[in-house]
Design a protein around this ligand. Sequence first.
Ligand code: C5J
Length: 266
Amino acid sequence: MSRFDRREFLGSTAAAAGMAVGALGAGESRAARAEFITLAVGKGPLISARPYDFVLDPGHVALVCIDMQADFSKPGGFGASLGNDVSLIAPCIPVIAKLQRAFREHRLPVIHTKECHRPDLSDLPTSKRERGHLKLKIGDKGPMGRILIDGEIGSDIIPELKPFPDEYLLNKPGKGAFYATGLHEYLKRRAITQLIFTGATTEVCVQTTMREANDRGYDCLLVEDGTESYFPEFKKAAIEMIVAQGGIVGWASTSEKVLAAIDALP
Ligand code: C5J
């Protein structure tokens, strides 16, 4: 999205900015109106981050919690069927819980994703089902129900991070949360332009979704202690890839710094 398109994007969606536009005269050019919107919505507390500070825009930010499902963090699920030590996901759980509390306290949106498939497997490509020659494949019955199938215990978000009834919970058949979902439309309708990322696993679904979001014009920040991988070295590398080259995919910071900025909000 070009700089001008981005302004158009903000201009077309920003509810708060709509009030700002109202302050402009009817004769103002579209470009002037867009510039005014950018200034109007671009202010907020700074999050100390890499590669440089991130300006939090409280009217247009959401917390995104990727795939915090039993299937990825508890024994007997998809993560375990792939041969992973799922206990490695545990450290990010209390961190995400804290961030969720802070966002809810400030009435900021919290979004949850679940990687899962329909019970009839109609949204599961054969390539995904067959990959890895696993003993327990997607759709097979495991100790937490059918692996990675919507409605089964394994595919549920873990109780510690259970979505509130009014929060957006989306099912995604792929690694990225924008593929075959209504996420982009949901965010545009709500004028959300900044995404604070948490979840599992860092270099698969979190990074894929961040890249998809980045290409769609969102400013993305990854909370380093709010995400985990089965491979600590992949987590580290993914974070470096995100912030390299001037933040080619986005920003990275810690929950402490994000919480400090949220706490500074009125
Ligand atoms: C994986 C995910 N690792 N949520 N999914 O297959 O990262």
